[in-house]
Design a protein around this ligand. Structure first.
Ligand code: 0X9
Ligand code: ZN
Length: 438
């Protein structure tokens, strides 16, 4: 009996520790207000235990950091040294998770499945159910399994699967904690087939959507609030640590900037080699299989409301066609703003902060896909975007995807909807992607 009580006690203690993981952690926002402060903030190296949730794009855009109590003085010193404006956003970040845990009890189920967060298994049920209901439009392709053996499925949506239309390929959720990304993917899939007025989005373009690109990590974040901030995959590494940052694992300029080579780094470990993860191999294979037809690649992430394009590995170079990438992103941003949403901050990923091995750079530079972006959905609430906000936000973002389709159709569509392309041909675009301009 005594032994049983001891075991129970240890279990209780452990649970307490885990649940209190972010208790007394402070969420700080640091605001650079001039170029000198921007330079110093870019060089900020997170001390052990301090997590950078979001980097600053430039003057007056915050860098958000989650700080344990014993490291608070380091951050305050840093802000003081560089005269950075510092805002305490949350004094006890752990409380956020407690609130979150309460949410399911008040949870209302919506008619649209995208307005709730679901398990990976339920996401599979939703897409298989929709495919059954709309067999003409939806085809499901099994594309492989995650490290822990979860089946991954690509949802192909088309009004004519035989037409060979240009493809918009979207993946979501390579970062486990960014739950709003798979929700957006499901919203798109659901709306394309169930809303009669959205059918026009399928004219002359096909949508290939991988709604959950890191199912193991995603399930891990759902298993306990202690894991809610997990970002990586779940593969076992030497030394007992686990997980790779999927968005540092792609084989284009792998490892050259913004990565960690320490398997125990919780944020940006690039992996033992490029494409070490089954999940990134799966996305690469999809790109390889359809590379001639994919004209736009989008990787959905959160947060900060950024829409960024290559190069991500460097801030010193831009691809030759950057003006086209920039122009399209601004059209999309305007469409979202016109629908009542927040406009995107549009720039190259590397000018936001340098990070190599991202899927956007690989799609563009490695595969020759002419338009490639990372989309950071939502601003406010960091990664813990409340479920009840989804029904307001996702429909406004939808207008951005519609704008993407309009432009891709205009540039690459086959039928009468196609506008005259400018002088460059597809082939020239492909060759140009890896030539850079300063
Ligand atoms: O750092 C990332 O992987 C992305 N931001 S996130 O907060 N979702 O983690 C941005 C990736 C931008 N693309 C490249 N740097 N290639
Ligand atoms: Zn991300």
């Amino acid at each position: 009996m005594a032994r049983f009580l001891i075991v129970l006690g240890i279990f209780g203690l452990l649970r307490g520790c885990i649940a209190d993981r972010y208790d007394n952690h402070t969420l700080l926002r640091l605001y650079p207000q001039n170029e000198a402060q921007m330079t110093s903030i870019l060089k900020f190296n997170d001390p052990e235990g301090v997590e950078v949730l979001k980097r600053s794009r430039g003057v007056n855009d915050s860098m958000d950091v989650l700080v344990p109590p014993d490291k608070l003085h380091l951050l305050k010193d840093f802000a003081l040294t560089h005269l950075l404006r510092l805002e305490v956003k949350e004094r006890n970040y752990g409380r956020k998770f407690v609130d979150l845990e309460r949410t399911p009890r008040r949870r209302t189920m919506n008619s649209n499945p995208a307005f709730n967060y679901h398990s990976h298994a339920t996401i599979q049920d939703i897409i298989l159910g929709l495919a059954k209901q709309y067999p003409k439009e939806i085809r499901i392709q099994e594309v492989g399994s995650s490290y822990q053996g979860r089946k991954m499925r690509l949802v192909k949506i088309s009004s004519n699967h035989e037409a060979g239309n240009p493809i918009i390929f979207i993946d979501a959720g390579i970062h486990a904690r960014e739950w709003v990304a798979p929700a957006m993917a499901i919203y798109l899939i659901h709306r394309f087939v169930t809303d009669p007025s959205a059918r026009s989005e399928l004219n002359g373009v096909d949508w290939y959507i991988l709604p959950c690109a890191n199912p193991d990590g995603y399930e891990y974040t759902r298993a306990s609030s202690a894991n809610r901030m997990w970002r990586k995959t779940m593969s076992a590494m030497e030394g007992g640590c686990f997980g790779v940052d999927g968005n540092r694992n792609y084989g284009f300029k792998w490892g050259v900037s913004g990565v960690s080579h320490n398997p125990c780094d919780k944020e940006t470990y690039a992996g033992p080699r490029p494409f070490s993860e089954p999940e990134t191999i799966i996305v690469k294979r999809i790109m390889l299989e359809y590379r001639d037809r994919i004209k736009l690649y989008l990787s959905l992430h959160s947060y900060g409301q950024y829409l960024v394009y290559p190069w991500g590995y460097t801030r010193d170079r831009l691809p030759k066609r950057w003006r086209k990438l920039d122009r399209l992103a601004k059209i999309v941003s305007k469409a979202v703003a016109d629908a009542g949403g927040l406009p995107f901050k549009v720039l190259s990923a590397g000018k936001w902060y340098e990070a190599a091995g991202g899927s956007d750079d690989f799609a563009f530079g490695g595969m020759g896909i002419p338009y490639s972006y990372t989309m950071e959905l939502t601003d406010g609430y960091e990664f813990i975007y409340p479920e009840e906000e989804l029904k307001k936000t996702l429909p406004t973002l939808y207008d951005g995807f519609r704008a993407f389709a309009t432009e891709i159709r205009r540039e690459y569509g086959k039928g009468p909807l196609r506008a005259k392309r400018d002088s460059e041909s597809d082939e020239a675009d492909k060759e140009e992607n890896d030539k850079s301009e300063h």
